[in-house]
Ligand binder design. Sequence first.
Ligand SMILES: Cc1ncc(COP(=O)(O)O)c(C=O)c1O
Length: 379
Amino acid sequence: MEKKYLFSPGPTMLPPEVLLKMAEPIMHHREPEFEKIFAEIREGLKYLFRTKNEVLVFTSSGTGAMEGAVSNILSRGDKAIVVRGGKFGERWGEICKAFGIEVIPVDVEWGKAVDPKKIEEILKTDPSIRAVYTQASETSTGVKHPIQEIAKIVKKYDNAVIVVDAITGIGVFDLPMDEWGLDVVISGSQKALMLPPGLSFAALSDKAWRFVEKSNLPKYYFNFKKELKSANKNQSSYTPAISLFVGLRETLNMIRKEGLEGVFRRHEKLAAATRAAVKALGLELYAPESPSNALTAVKIPASIDGLKLQDLFFEKFGITVAEGQDRAKGKIIRIAHLGYYERLDMILVLSALEMLLKEMGYRFELGTGLKAAEEILMR
Ligand SMILES: Cc1ncc(COP(=O)(O)O)c(C=O)c1O
């Protein structure tokens, strides 16, 4: 018998009731029924992003909203700080460069969080910086960056905004947009939002909207002003991924029912149990100092072939875990616990990890990791 399990940090496993909803006959996106769904989604997204402002929805993967957060915020000749502590930080830099923006990188060792002071030093000495681009959770390394601290610094500068890629942050840990003064927050559907890939989100503060007014970079599909106008009429500017919108209404209702506090606590617990398990097995975390609750990046011991381990997860158990990217390739595996995951899901993947490590000759007592996880999951 073959069963498949997704433990990659996107796409993630989906609730069956949401899948069923999305399988219903498609409706037309200019019908009143769809407008009603759109209106509900707008409210649900404001609750999730913790903002009074509009959360724009685009039919694209997360990178689409990232691109929009450059092309709608900045103008020709602008300069931006980019926190580069992994693949997705690098992506901010690449997008900025594609639009002719001068990038001032803050390079961070992979597995470490950025030091906000480094950002402050640059902002202090260069008043022409217009934005700070960062991740809340750098999915390639499993690191959580200190967003609140960075936001406090950027807030002091009227001519600069903080733009947060929270693609694996929103719905995982608290990022109260309005309270912390986050100017742009980006997310995507295939993560904690428990949907297939295909929707991206962008929420903007009043300050960020003032930047949009002045922005003169080229844009067409990802036009925030145009999309806001449409959203205010419960419409999208172009044909949206209708079935995903239908699913989104369901998952937002699920999140509301559990309550954001409950959602964050669940992620905290699953993450803590996963970390405790791998440490009990004598393995090291790739991001020990500031781990994200979205995923756990585990260093593979030198005696084990990391790529083979990842392959075996799938071959033997039908489990997809993510490998390391770029310089971390073969050196880590990344186990996700964001979105539709519960306590026993983690027992399943950790049990597979133990069995595979044993088979590959790594020495430890079977059950050691599971015991450590169970002790936390029982709390
Ligand atoms: C932190 C982060 N940023 C950006 C992306 C890119 O999103 P997408 O692949 O949906 O374009 C991802 C996806 O894994 C991500 O985890």
